[in-house]
Design a protein. Sequence first.
Length: 364
Amino acid sequence: MASISFRAVTKRYAGDVIAVNNLDLEIRDKEFVVLLGPSGCGKSTTLNMIAGLEDVTEGELRFGDEVVNALPPHKRDVAMVFQSYALYPHKSVYENIAFGLRMRRVDKAEIDRRVRDAANKLAIAHLLERRPSQLSGGQRQRVALGRAMVRQPAVFLMDEPLSNLDAALRISMRAEIKQLHTAMQTTFVYVTHDQAEALTLADRIVVMNDGLIQQIGSADDIYERPRNMFVAAFLGNPPINYLQGTIENGGAARVFRRGGLHIPLPPHVEGAVGREVVLGIRPEDAAPPAEQPEAPTITGTVESVLPVGSDRFLGLKVEGASLFVRVGKQAHHREGECVTLALAPERLHLFDRATASSLRRDTP
């Protein structure tokens, strides 16, 4: 059993610096949980408390039913993969992978079996006699994964493990890590600031900021139904567009108004007439009007055209605000051109301007 529970956990450093504030979190057995957030949000501190590398200042940390606040790291049955790989430069790949098992006095034949099994699964069997200096970044990361795998831990911890790799290698390594989780059937807790990694890997994502949990949920939950403006802006590339305005009475339906812009509000959002709000429009949720003839529209002036291979983005000036929208590779527009785009009403987001909280009725 490798469930992990944080119960009102706070981590405070000298000088009253609070890194994690009153954290309540349940990580289920065999679940893949990603802690996502900007630098300094408390995600690595949370991971280090699980590993026993940081003490809990207040609250309880449990593995199953056992309180582990005072349990030393070597008794926690966890394995950790670091951003820096932390390989011994003077040892071979084989010895790096086997090191932890030798320290635990595992039988020599069992060590050999586990090392070679892990090396085969990670496609590094042909590298076992090499030193880390003779390996590429991706190969070193596989060695670090293998060293953790052979311990057969109850909990697998990863702290920004792919941040030192190039973009193409990060994509392939994500797939390997996901396959590793499926094969090992072990609890994984993974820290990253990369939203693509979180959306690709996680069973559930824990979005953090300033030591607090902002939202917990599946990738779809968090992307489609963000709880607040921070979560909505942190996931998405380019990020969500925001327009400040007010709710007004549009006759049969309430409308969002900003200057000359009037957008009927969908039924899934709430808010009284006169309320100051922020409308969120994701770049992919605007399309040529012909594709959605009954949908509300926005009209703006093209400020920039950004081709990015398979896609094309426009920078638009709409009622004094700058927006980015995805129009597709086949669209051809010029700077200064006036463009009208249709919005998908069911995909609009509305937030209270004062609290930044979502006004969606079905927000988890």
